[in-house]
Structure formats: structure tokens, C-alpha cells
Design a protein around this ligand. Structure first.
Ligand SMILES: N[C@@H](CCC(=O)N[C@@H](CS)C(=O)NCC(=O)O)C(=O)O
Length: 197
């Protein structure tokens, strides 16, 4: 299985952590997102990473679908619970973590595109969302103790925020979340996938 990715992407990091935790070997293909390769746009018309290419040529995207595929491909350890009440609680937390990635990427891209005259109201609204997310996740810290798709997605999202905008990460309003993040960051799968340019 080939994973088209970049070493910076929090979405791809989530997939890589899932694969490592399950002992699934992925062939990593580092993509250029400015000059997209024919292989990437052929596999995924959106030209986005992560995109998974199976050995039979079938392609799978986006990151939640790839994670679901990997959980199906190698069921142990279970990272997406089956029982409905737990499943939808975990998937909702994972969706919030994916949303935190979206907000952080959007702010970063706004500042890359307009370094001198970025939209300050847009940045302020998104920073407020980040702060609300910290409070939301702090209140759910007990749910994050289990390793599953929600804890993996959130660790990837906070890792990306720390990589791009470390000034926004503060334990002040989310002490339980900060302690949890420190602990999960010690995992081998987290250390092997730390974002880099
Ligand atoms: N919802 C998608 C988001 C993926 C995404 O936005 N990836 C970014 C890189 S972090 C990308 O491919 N950007 C290139 C582009 O949009 O042209 C997922 O979860 O996989």
C-alpha cells in the first residue's frame, strides 16, 4: 500500500499513526503540493493528501476514510469502536479534532498568502475557535485516555498547531488536555511522525 503524503500534514500524520499502531507497513510517497504530480491528481481528482493507493490500484481518500479502511484491513487494535454509542461519541470527537486541523491549516495558509495584509478578523475568529476547542477537549479528557481514532486525530491536530503556531498552544485553560498531550506525545508512533518541512 502506498500513502501519498507530506511530512507536515496533520491529516497524513493521523493515518501514519494509525498504520504504525496497527503494524501496517505503508510505502510513503512525499508529494509536492505546489506542483502536483500526475500520480497524485490521477489517484485523487482533488489533488489532496493523504491519498492511499492499494496494491490492486484502488485509491482511497480522505483521511477519515483511509483510517476506516486501515481499521477494517487489520482489525486489532480496534481504533474505531463498533458499538453505536461509543462509536459515534469517538467519531464526533475525531471530527472535532479534524476540524481543529482545518482551522489551523486555514489560518496558516491565510498568513502564507498574505503575510503583510492577512485578514485580521478571519484570524481572530479562527483563534477563538481554537480556544473553544481546547476547552471542549479539556472537558472530555477522560474520553481521550483510550488510544483510538479520536485521541490519534487530536494528538495530530495539536502537534500541527504546535508546529505552525506554537503561540496559540497554552495549558492555561486546558490543564487536563495539556497533561494528556504530554503523555501521548511519548508514544513511538507520535515521535516517528513528528511534523517536519
Ligand atoms: N479532509 C481532508 C483534508 C486533506 C487536506 O486538506 N490536505 C492538504 C494538505 S494538509 C492538501 O492536500 N492540500 C492541497 C490542496 O488543497 O491543494 C482529509 O481529511 O484528508
Amino acid at each position: 500500500m502506498k500513502l501519498l503524503y507530506t511530512p507536515r500534514s496533520p491529516y497524513a500524520r493521523k493515518v501514519r499513526i494509525v498504520a504504525i499502531e496497527k503494524g501496517i507497513k505503508l510505502e510513503l510517497v512525499n508529494e509536492d503540493l505546489v506542483n502536483k504530480s500526475p500520480g497524485l491528481v490521477k489517484a485523487n481528482p482533488l489533488g489532496k493528501i493523504p491519498t492511499l493507493i492499494l496494491d490492486n490500484g484502488q485509491t482511497i481518500f480522505d483521511s477519515p476514510v483511509i483510517c476506516e479502511y486501515l481499521d477494517h484491513f487489520k482489525p486489532k487494535p480496534v481504533l474505531i469502536p463498533q458499538g453505536p454509542s461509543k462509536r459515534f461519541a469517538v467519531l464526533t470527537l475525531a471530527a472535532a479534532a479534524d476540524g481543529l486541523m482545518d482551522v489551523t491549516v486555514a489560518m496558516f495558509m491565510e498568513k502564507v498568502r498574505h503575510p503583510k495584509d492577512f485578514n485580521a478578523a478571519f484570524i481572530a475568529a479562527n483563534e477563538a475557535t481554537v480556544k473553544r476547542c481546547f476547552v471542549y477537549f479539556d472537558a472530555q479528557a477522560a474520553q481521550l485516555k483510550e488510544l483510538n481514532i479520536a485521541s490519534i486525530a487530536l494528538a495530530s491536530a495539536i502537534g500541527y498547531l504546535n508546529f505552525r503556531m506554537p503561540q496559540l498552544w497554552s495549558a492555561d485553560n486546558c490543564p487536563k488536555l495539556a497533561r494528556w498531550y504530554e503523555e501521548i506525545s511519548k508514544r513511538k508512533s507520535m515521535q516517528e511522525t513528528a511534523p517536519k518541512e
